[in-house]
Design a protein around this ligand. Sequence first.
Ligand code: ADP
Ligand code: ZN
Length: 610
Amino acid sequence: MDHSPAAVPGPLADPGEILRRVFGLQDFRGQQAAVIAHVTQGQDAIVLMPTGGGKSLCYQLPALCRRGVGVVVSPLIALMRDQVAGLRQLGVAAAALNSSLSGAERAEVRADLRAGRLKLLYAAPERLLMPDFLEMLDGVEIALFAIDEAHCVSQWGHDFRPEYLELAKLAAWFPGVPRLALTATADPQTREDIGRRLALEGARLFLSSFDRPNIRYAVLRKEAPLRQLLTFLRAHEGESGIVYCLSRNTVEQTAAALNAHGIRALPYHARLPPEVRAANQDEFLTTEEGLVLVATVAFGMGIDKPDVRFVAHLDLPASLEAFYQETGRAGRDGLPAETLLLYGMQDLVMRRGMIEQSNAPAEVKQVERAKLDALLGVCETITCRRQAILAHFGETLPEPCGNCDNCLTPAATWDGTVAAQKALSAVWRTRQRFGVGHLTDLLLGVKTEKIERFEHDQLPTFGVGTELDRKGWGSVFRQLIVLGAVEVDHENFGALRLAGPGEAILRGKETVRLRQEPAATSARGLLKKKNTRLEVAPQDQPLFEALRAERTRLAKEQNVPAYVIFHDATLAALAAARPANLAALAQIPGLGASKLERYGRAILEIIGAG
Ligand code: ADP
Ligand code: ZN
């Protein structure tokens, strides 16, 4: 364990000074300064910040400013391990207590804790309330309790963990010790649950903007998913990212196909043996070279890898919340990151069907429908996607963002009134008993066996829609569903029937503007519009690579992920500024006192040689 002097500041420590000296960072971000001042003074807080917003500093720094040890409740071992490794790099005495420790390791943590040598102690929620743990804490000075991923206390969300409910007891057991709950989940219901169920009603709420300006959003009509994915991935060569699929089968097939195309990919889903899953996750976390993790939603919670450069969805997520959380795993380091969502008619029908056919109570279904519709709205919007997303979370972005596909390549629209009338008429005249495929055959005038059997070639609508092709009609029907003009009858094999404004449109009382679908092949042009990679000038590239090689060596030697040593941004800043001495080196973001001491000389040598 590391006990360098950086870890033992006095009781009157100044947060700004510690930020610079220990963390090597210049300024607080957003609400960090306010939260840290509040907690350092001994007050409770609820902190809502988007992923990558910098929540860790909100409890790490007050723990360093106050007397005693900061106890951090965290649900995931991988996350604890990374945070502890990161803190030790900074010269902060940190440890984690979890089921992966040996008896000897546990005894060492205990001894350090009892001797007052630890500044931060991470523990899983179920462990925290066990008698032996409480007994261990007895008589130990505690700086604060931080409850990370606090939305786990809410039954409303999808990450509910019953053991979180027990954490309310901390209030009575440790009176006077400040507690802070942190989460990246934004909805008001969850927020209320956190206050009530963790006995934090009196805590001050720190609410940040949920915008992630460095993440680019793009949505494409799903045509040939693998080809579209390959195009997207080719623009990200050498980078790591996540591809989400709905089913285990798609995960396996996609991972295999990517490998066959020379792109290194690993699968991750709940049915893999636990040791394979753990190994794949580990490899993803520690690999610096391009590696794609193809996963179901089983992957992701507590993934702290800061340099995930892209997230692609091959299937539609269940809600805007899920989409935002999953895409939010990209670009935690603040550098540009890209997301791509492929979505088609099938996704829409299937997601709606999953809700309708579930056994959930009616009120739950209502909420799920609304959350799915919010996502569909973002998919179909012809204006800024970020504005649409943030609006759903109750935030107003005054100007279009300039960093989504709709902003970069404004979508063309067309007057779809006549096409919509034809489509709706096809629905009506076939007595609202057929699905999109058959209706399209009817509009295109294709004499299938089914058309002939029902004598649909006798209808006036037969063959009136040859101005569009099959994809064109698919797009019209999809947009009509999202507009609510038709609904899918899931009891009846996906038959369409008129709904909402459908009748008014059919009778010519309402007009419709539809979105012109960009050709799928334009994906590459679209996504390549701005170079989203880390900015390293060509003349700095050799030095950047040399520094990166040294980082890899150090990471291997210490058996930690490379980003725990330095972030890419730190390497890029070093390669550009080429500091010649320790004083200049200290100006580079990410180089605190402890890292300067450990690595400063080696870095200066590499720069001198380059
Ligand atoms: P969260 O837990 O909110 O998702 P983290 O605490 O992991 O976010 O922080 C995300 C990233 O931002 C980390 O790489 C961290 O080093 C960096 N970071 C946090 N605060 C600052 C700051 N004030 N200045 C620069 N970088 C910061
Ligand atoms: Zn935009």
